[in-house]
Write a protein that binds this ligand. Structure first.
Ligand code: ATP
Ligand code: MG
Length: 297
């Protein structure tokens, strides 16, 4: 069974005391890569025997890593226990009722259908940075650079926070980017988009219009929201059944005032230009867009 469904089952099956011990370890992770039992006991305010009993149970269920490498016995959350905490919180906040089938599985995220308590379908994007690659963490390198111990759970949470902030900030532009419903830890709950990745569409009927729309939206993100997508490409543009575009996948975004704004925006535009030239023999002037965005004279 996929990890997320196991986690969803655990949300139902674990006792509140187990969840509290997981939260205790999470709090301890601010200071420890492997959290000692005294700290866990302190954070969850359970006596040591109760804490130990819960830790043994969670360890047996495969939800914790235990290590004595540092000269003491310490506990570490794993992605599955982090999933449990996030799903539990989103359930309590009445954002989700159930996790459905997968929509897309990437290197740095898993996206699933979710069901809201009122029965609507939503999208759940679970950020999993560090699982296999380092591609998307440029923004997070400052954090990583300064630490011996890299908490991939924390980095995944930063990625989800970054994406949620982006979705909130672009919502007023009404460009039908996914609606930001909620974010907890490494999970973003957002509006579901009925669409297909531009990269998988065999032949667009109206490539010129689609290209112009992508450029118009890119300019508006920059000029009206002060944002650069920074991972704009055919994989992150969905085309809906009415042949309209929806730009997704925002964790990498940067401010338009960033010192590297010019090269970030240019790189996004080059990706788009390369795709449209190769597949549709359709092109545009990158400098014109850079000029509209006042990055060149
Ligand atoms: N809100 C949404 N509605 C519908 N489908 C979505 C939504 N968000 C993401 N998807 C689907 O899931 C896929 C992966 O999502 P996204 O691009 O945001 O993550 P990713 O981290 O880039 O994954 P990858 O590593 O594969 O690039 C998308 O290409 C799209 O097909
Ligand atoms: Mg993507």
């Amino acid at each position: 069974m996929a990890q997320i469904y196991r986690a969803a089952n655990f949300v139902r099956e674990l006792e509140p005391e187990d969840i509290r011990v997981l939260v205790g370890i999470e709090l301890g992770h601010r200071r420890f890569s492997h959290v000692p039992i005294e700290q866990i006991s302190f954070y969850c305010r359970y006596p040591r025997p109760e804490t130990q009993f819960r830790l043994d149970k969670l360890h047996k269920l495969g939800l914790l890593q235990r290590s004595s490498q540092l000269g003491y016995i310490g506990y570490q959350l794993i992605f599955e226990s982090y999933d449990i905490l996030a799903l539990n919180a989103l359930g309590e906040k009445e954002v989700i009722k159930a996790v459905g089938s997968p929509i897309g599985k990437g290197k740095e995220s898993d996206v699933y259908f979710g069901q809201s308590p009122d029965g609507n379908e939503i999208a759940l994007k679970i950020h999993r940075i560090g699982r296999t690659s380092f591609r998307k963490v440029r923004k997070l390198r400052n954090y990583i650079k300064n630490r011996k111990h890299i908490s991939w759970l924390y980095v995944s949470r930063l990625s989800a926070e970054s994406e949620f902030a982006a979705l909130q900030r672009i919502e007023p532009l009404k460009l039908d980017t996914p609606k930001p419903f909620a974010q907890n830890r490494h999970i973003v709950a957002m509006g579901l988009i009925d669409g297909q990745e531009l990269s998988t569409i065999p032949q667009l009927e109206n490539p010129r219009e689609i290209l112009d729309e992508i450029l118009m939206q890119t300019e508006r993100f920059f000029l009206e929201a002060g944002m650069i997508h920074c991972d704009l490409c055919e994989f992150n543009i969905l085309i809906n059944p009415d042949n309209e575009i929806r730009i997704i996948d925002w964790p990498q975004w940067e401010e338009s005032t960033h010192p590297n704004a010019f090269s970030y925006l240019k790189r996004d535009l080059v990706n788009i230009q390369t795709f449209f030239t190769k597949n549709y023999n359709t092109t545009f002037e990158i400098d014109e867009v850079l000029r509209s965005c006042k990055l060149i004279d």
